[in-house]
Design a protein around this ligand. Structure first.
Ligand code: T4K
Length: 374
């Protein structure tokens, strides 16, 4: 590369933000009410809007997705082993372990990178209490297969749907799958509340319990009947969500165009593997992961990422290492027991993707990749 880079670095993502005036107008009433957090007007308005969008009975809002996951696990009153995958952001594994549960790692499907349903049953023991599958990158798990196993063995299903906001599976919103779904509204997600998260469920008891746990276990007044913490979404977060929700459909349409452009360049190239686009899933175009098969290409994922960086383009190795290879877990687990997760983690790169990413930049990124693999 000989030319000096003159533009801003291209990061893997860039938060969606409403016009500044819209946010300022939305937060104006917060000054009038002097009500900043603890289930205020904005919180309740966003909760209602999301419950309608999710097409579920209940939605509890949280300060972030991670605590939502931990508190849902607590509310489910689980003990023992939880079947999950190591191919995820480390939050999923941490939430299970921090809840006093034992993760049991199932390998992933080689195409969708979600839990391989065929491999779940042999991991079930008398101590298994739940399955925590991850709709990684917004690729929806085989929810029908998972539910069948869960029903047969009496297991709870809590989806880590951090990446799957607004997606549908066989025509229904993914929020309605399993016993509950956790969504992340972090700044880097398709829909953000700066930081934030939610638990969507059709179970009233679960909703009531997580709603208490996120507020110190307070039932009302002087009655505390759960051992809770503090994970409430505040009014500024909710106001950001209310604003972002108005632009969500347009943002997703723009993301779709970016993804289509990537696909035009990279599809059907030997050694490059893209995620499938199943007809029964309406995507939110959250991430654009690409597997680079070094043997065919003569260059590995690290080589590609290094070349992109020299051009000021910052892809990310989501999800490398797989969670069982992190220092805090590697003495406890053998990651070679989930060989597909390990192999995908070693060869994947998520390319920059956000609503305002210019299509010409996508062309540039793909041209760099195509030159590198020739
Ligand atoms: N489960 C799954 C499957 C998840 O992926 C996550 C979170 C969770 C659970 C937990 O949900 P939360 O508790 O976070 O709600 C990021 C996010 O922090 C994290 O939310 C996300 N998954 C994970 C996949 O990605 P990092 O460590 O990669 O973030 P960071 O700071 O390196 O930012 C990523 C890129 O975004 C950078 O290129 C910079 C850019 N960026 C970031 C921020 C915060 C911006 O342009 N503006 C910003 O404000 O974890």
């Amino acid at each position: 590369m000989d030319k000096e880079i003159t533009r801003e670095p291209i990061l893997v993502t860039r938060p969606s933000m409403p016009p500044k005036e819209e946010f300022i107008s939305e937060i104006d009433s917060i000054w009038k009410n002097a009500w900043l957090t603890n289930m205020g007007v904005k919180h309740n308005a966003l909760m209602e809007a999301l419950t309608e969008r999710f097409q579920v009975k209940y939605t509890a809002l949280f300060t972030n997705g991670h605590l939502a996951l931990e508190m849902a696990l607590q509310a489910m009153n689980l003990t023992g082993e939880v079947i999950t995958t190591p191919y995820t952001f480390v939050s999923t594994t941490h939430a299970i372990v921090r809840s006093g549960l034992t993760p049991v790692f199932c390998d992933i499907d080689p195409d969708t990178y979600t839990i391989d349903v065929e491999k779940i049953e042999k991991l079930i023991t008398p101590n298994t209490c739940a399955i925590v599958p991850v709709h990684v990158y917004g690729n929806i798990c085989d929810a029908d297969g998972i539910q069948k196993i869960a029903d047969q063995y009496g297991l709870k299903v809590l989806y880590d749907a951090a990446h799957a906001f607004n997606e549908t599976y066989n025509g229904i919103n993914v929020a309605a799958l399993g016993d509950a779904s956790m969504f992340s509204f972090h700044a880097t997600k398709v829909f953000n509340t700066i930081e934030g998260g939610a638990i969507a469920t059709n179970h009233k008891k679960l909703f009531d319990t997580v709603s208490k746990i996120k507020n110190f276990g307070i039932e009302y007044g002087e009655t505390v009947n759960e051992i809770g913490g503090n994970a409430k979404m505040n009014e500024f977060q909710a106001a950001m969500g209310i604003c972002n929700l108005k632009h969500l459909d347009e943002e997703i349409r723009k993301r779709e165009k970016v993804v289509q452009r990537y696909r035009e360049h990279l599809e059907n190239r030997p050694g490059i593997k893209l995620c499938p686009q199943p007809k029964n899933v309406k995507s939110n175009y959250a991430y654009f992961p690409v597997v680079f098969e070094a043997q065919t290409l003569g260059i590995d994922r690290n080589g590609i990422s290094g070349i992109l960086e020299k051009h000021g383009i910052y892809s990310r190795k989501y999800f490398y290492p797989i969670t069982t290879d992190f220092d805090c877990y590697k003495h406890l687990y053998d990651s070679s027991e989930t060989p597909i997760a390990k192999q995908i983690g070693n060869s994947i790169l998520t390319l920059p993707l956000y609503a305002d990413l210019p299509l010409e930049t996508v062309d540039e990124i793909c041209n760099i990749i195509v030159r590198a693999i020739k």
